[in-house]
Ligand binder design. Sequence first.
Ligand code: ACM
Ligand code: ZN
Length: 752
Amino acid sequence: MKFRFGLLLLLLFSLKASAVINIVPKPNSLIEGQGSFVFKQGMTIVAPLHSGAASLLENKLGHAAGIHLHPVINDAKAAIILSIDTSFVHAPEGYHMIVNAHHIIIKAATETGLYYGVQTLLQLLPPQIESNELVKATWKVPAVTIADAPAFSYRGIMLDVCRHFLPVDHIKKILDILAMYKINRFHWHLTDDQGWRIQIKRYPKLTQIGATRTDADGKTYSGYYTQDQIKEIVRYAAARHIEVIPEIEMPGHAMAALAAYPQYSCTGGPFKVRTTWGVEKNVYCAGNDSTYAFLSHILDEVCTLFPSPYIHIGGDECPKDRWKQCPKCQARMKEEGLKNEDELQSYFVKRMEKIVEKKGKKIIGWDEILEGGIAPSATIMSWRGEQGGIDAANAGHDVIMTPGSSLYLDHYQGSSLCESVKIGGLTTLQQVYAYHPIPKAISPAMAHHVLGLQGNLWSEYLYTPDEFDYQLFPRALAVAETGWTKLANKNVNDFIRRMDDQQIRLDEHHIDYYVPMPEGNLNYMEFTDSLRLPFTTNRPVRVLYSMDGSTPTAHSETYTAPILITKTTTLKLRSILPQGKMSAVRTIHLTKVKPLAAVSMKTPQTGLRMRYTLQGNYRNVAQLQTVKDWKDTVVTNVNDFFKLLPEEQAGGGAIFTGYILIAKDNIYKITCLADQLFIDNKLIINNDGRMKKNAPTDISLPLKAGYHVIKVILVNRTSGGVPSSWIDARPFVQPYEAIDNESLKAISTFYE
Ligand code: ACM
Ligand code: ZN
């Protein structure tokens, strides 16, 4: 009896659970009712004239369901009613919705509120409502009463189209998705050292010269938006209730502009559009009045293109090296009584603030504009943590929170051993979700100055448009919910549960979003007897694997417990989501070996022999082997090579030979970001031709106690925007048990 009763409960529970609500961002009040509303052909709809919200609903139903609604005027009995009602709903973006078996009624104070009401309604329909093709489904919505409004007025995403470019259609695709999740600001980072991406008619060279760079591999990289395309994007975003805020960077991050117009620099150039990432020392001259006129003319055109009340003028990462040497900048400091170059930057920003004010707009700047004194009306974007935002809000300035550790979407979202090269950091979906934009250190009376938050997608390491999508989604959904849903209504586990439904919606838009990978262990492992390999994923997903070298499919073994390895094996793993989408494949090379035996040394001396050349541009190890005029010397470590050339300069390469001393018989984890590492004449790590930044080539290796011969090959090349000199090319060796110990220690090297 008991068992049957339990079964009945379970049945009832699962019936109830069939109408699970998966809305993102989670509405601030939702009460489930009885029954459901079923959409039928020709149902009547009442909506304000030219309502974009009504068009959105009609388009989605038309495309995916083949259901066409019948518009009627002022019929209180219509099946679907969208109405503007300022007496009932007050929040400008808020809406109220009632769904029962007979009606759907959405009320809002504005068309934006109606639009968000319809986005919520679409999320109550099966996820295939986002399909562009007819789908067979029951198009019904569970009965609900929703009263909803956002927690924050600014819910933004920034896209950097300078380091890598996004075509117009791809931006539109992203805007479609952002609108689904009620993101209402698109911060468009349009100018930087590596590219100027907006047509300015008065200064055609900005795009003729500034929009193209020649990368280290000799390929040109270009792209910019014409003013017509800019207008098209602004219109497209506005139809989705997204305001576009342009960023024109100054006084730093200006190399692309200076390549075109070097007269506005301190030295006069000439310059090339920058081809490596990082921070450029050449910036706009702050002592030259014509610089301000040049920027004012640019902003004249920018202001007419973007209806936003804001212009973002950058202000971050402006090295003061050139200003310190520049007679004009130094004279300006004297004239204005400025104590240091930080105050000169503040002078620059305040002068631009006045120029922008005359054009009827307000400035936003990165938190560096606080240094040397903040411009009176500036809004601060706090990116170097929260302190800038805290200081600015407490001083009565508006603030947008975008701290790197939580909201930089260029960071890894899973283990770097399983992902393509990224800038660094680790910011999981849950970490983004955990962020709250009002730090305790902002006094309650000043908390209203926090307008909201923004996820920033910098694109140095996003080599294709698809990689933008991969980094952006699903983490942008966590930004959206954090911006919309009140803190008390947020729940990370429930948010993660709702991802299953939301990801199907992303599939319908052909978004290749991040899927958690099987993490743990190294990609190359040598062992003597056997291994037992545990894997995890950073949120619950099923993992499939094969041990015969084949690509795992939906029919492969499911991972349930650590995998026992007793012989040389190629292990392949991937994750699978409930709807069948699979992650990329992770391959782990497992090799059964005998430990490498030690050699003897008579008179070991600390250091390494280096055979090197500073001449020639080599892309890989084979090309370096063709060098005839090697030089020989002894160095203390591999990085000493870089001291022979100016900072960041590519060219030449070196072959280092010597020994390492291993303390005891053990399995060691070896890391090396040089091009190749040999131990006892065996190729152990091979980064030949690949970008030398992350270390998916780390290996575990059994070694006997004593001296082992090593050889390191270093090709001094720039790859993917990263010069070899940025990396630490030394070999690191540590006991494998210490694998989680992040403080890698470089091992001493010897020669004789
Ligand atoms: C920034 O990330 N430099 C604003
Ligand atoms: Zn200067």
